[in-house]
Write a protein that binds this ligand. Structure first.
Ligand code: GLP
Length: 277
């Protein structure tokens, strides 16, 4: 796992976007995994700027969202269908026909989950999965004690997750109780993972993910099993990491071939690619 500590949230987003851009530059029809939540917004804004300026071609990019609420119609403003369209598909200029979100309104949710897995497989798998992390260590909506082998399925949202997400709804009771989410096993099959986290509220979850035991109690600790996982955090989210100085030292001394920070100069051929996992 490569851990990068950036000075600000904007820098977290810029570094993660540089990684995403390098994947799309290498493979114009790359398959991206998209996350919702506030954490990846800076990534999408940076990618949108690159696309607007013509530095990044995204017309053939395919994408799969991590999760969706059960019971919210796709047109509800807080459904992840709507959120992904609003924060990623439209600003970046992705082709909506190539952007997939689990169908949380399907009459048969088990069948919808199996169909989502099939669609990911048919696309050839996910090249790069963008992730945030919940304060309880969830990724996607894989709540604590989710199996590391889990696939896309129905999950019950933890009360803490419902409280955390209440800010997007008129009242706490309006937050759905269930979701469809890619499983930890699904996420671990992506060829590359980039997880971003900012703010003190994520510090404990980040420490559990990076330095805690491999345990489904902290679902994000599953990233320790992945050969190409990059975790990019700001100082506040890094504040509980015991080896923070080591991660800084490692990043400052990265060999050129492992660097992914292109200084915002995407498309000029100067970027290296790869991760030090
Ligand atoms: C949400 C999403 C996750 C996201 C997490 C953190 O509920 N399902 O994919 O990573 O919670 O959200 P935020 O980035 O807003 O803190």
């Amino acid at each position: 796992m490569q851990v990068v500590i950036a000075p600000t949230g904007a820098e977290v987003g810029r570094l993660a976007a540089a990684k995403v851009a390098s994947v799309v530059e290498r493979r114009p029809d790359a398959v991206l995994g998209l996350a919702t939540g506030s954490s990846p917004l800076a990534i999408y804004e940076d990618l949108a700027a690159r696309a607007r300026s013509g530095r990044l071609r995204v017309g053939a990019v395919r994408a799969f969202a991590l999760d969706e609420y059960v019971g919210l119609p796709p047109e509800h403003p807080e459904s992840y269908h709507s959120v992904i369209r609003r924060v990623a598909t439209e600003p970046i200029g992705l082709d909506p026909a190539l952007v997939h979100v689990p169908d949380g309104s399907a009459p048969d949710l088990d069948a919808a989950a199996a169909d989502y897995e099939r669609r990911i497989r048919a696309a050839g798998g996910i090249d790069l999965q963008i992730l945030g992390i919940g304060a309880n260590g969830h990724i996607g909506f894989n709540e604590p004690t989710s199996s590391f082998a889990s696939r896309t399925r129905i999950k019950t949202l933890a009360p803490r997750t419902r409280r955390d997400n209440a800010r997007f709804f008129d009242s706490a009771e309006d937050v759905p109780t269930h979701c469809l989410t890619q499983g930890l096993g699904t996420i671990l099959e992506a060829r590359e993972l980039v997880l971003v986290a900012t703010g003190e509220a994520k510090a404990e979850a980040v420490a559990g993910m990076v330095e805690g035991p491999l345990s489904s109690f902290c679902p994000a600790s599953a990233l320790q099993l992945h050969p190409a996982a990059t975790v990019i955090v700001d100082e506040a989210a890094a504040s509980r990491l015991q080896l923070a100085d080591y991660y800084r030292y490692t990043y400052e001394n990265l060999p050129a071939w492992q660097r992914f920070d292109d200084g915002g100069r995407s498309g000029d051929g100067s970027t290296g690619a790869g991760t030090g996992a």
